[in-house]
Design a protein around this ligand. Structure first.
Ligand SMILES: Cc1cc2nc3c(=O)[nH]c(=O)nc-3n(C[C@H](O)[C@H](O)[C@H](O)COP(=O)(O)OP(=O)(O)OC[C@H]3O[C@@H](n4cnc5c(N)ncnc54)[C@H](O)[C@@H]3O)c2cc1C
Length: 162
């Protein structure tokens, strides 16, 4: 007997149930598959949207990790200004010892879409430099992700690096 979805416990998310279904189908088919993921994104479809993946700052600190925090406000982003949606920010949580990406929180326009790049970074064990050095097209909201990781490295271009 196999189980997937909400019946297996939190977090209660449709995409989690979906991936569990894929894993179980492969296991039943005799393929090598396992439920072993680092990144489980979650989105709240409020106005502004909220999306998270990986560890939050309190969760990382509760694990005893030293973290570097990057925070880029949409008010400093050209595309957000053009859209008239400048409320919110992108916050990056990075391991201070090796700059490994631990988590990201986005509050603002298209947060539920922007979080997928962060999910890839957490899932593949990327470093802050990987996103910071990735060229993002202008003018887009995704430039905020690039800047938020640069900010964690104290290399942001459009805001002060404190
Ligand atoms: C209001 C609301 C909003 C949500 N929004 C989001 C969202 O934005 N994003 C997101 O990722 N997740 C969201 N979720 C959570 C998401 O819907 C669940 O995590 C997901 O549906 C879980 O899938 P599941 O297959 O485990 O369960 P379900 O989708 O609940 O499927 C279970 C099925 O089993 C059937 N069933 C129950 N008992 C029996 C029985 N005895 N015999 C036969 N059939 C039975 C039910 O009728 C149902 O069709 C939301 C949930 C709610 C309630």
């Amino acid at each position: 007997m196999y189980a997937i979805g909400d019946v297996t416990g939190a977090p209660y998310l449709a995409h989690r149930a979906m991936v569990q279904g894929e894993v179980v189908a492969e296991v039943i088919a005799g393929k090598r598959a396992a439920w072993d993921f680092r990144a489980m994104p979650a989105a709240v479809f409020t106005d502004p949207e909220i999306a998270t993946v990986g560890l939050s700052e309190p969760e990382a600190k509760a694990q005893g990790r030293e973290v570097s925090i990057g925070k880029f406000p949409f008010s400093a982003l050209g595309r957000a200004m053009a859209m008239g949606e400048t409320a919110g920010f992108i916050k990056t949580i990075v391991d201070k010892t090796d700059n490994r990406v631990l988590g990201v929180t986005v509050v603002g326009p298209d947060a539920s879409d922007l979080i997928s790049e962060a999910g890839l970074a957490v899932e593949m064990g990327a470093y802050a430099e990987d996103v910071a050095l990735t060229i993002h097209p202008h003018p887009t909201l995704s430039e905020g992700m690039n800047e938020a990781f640069k900010h964690a490295l104290k290399e942001a271009v459009h805001i002060m690096n404190k």
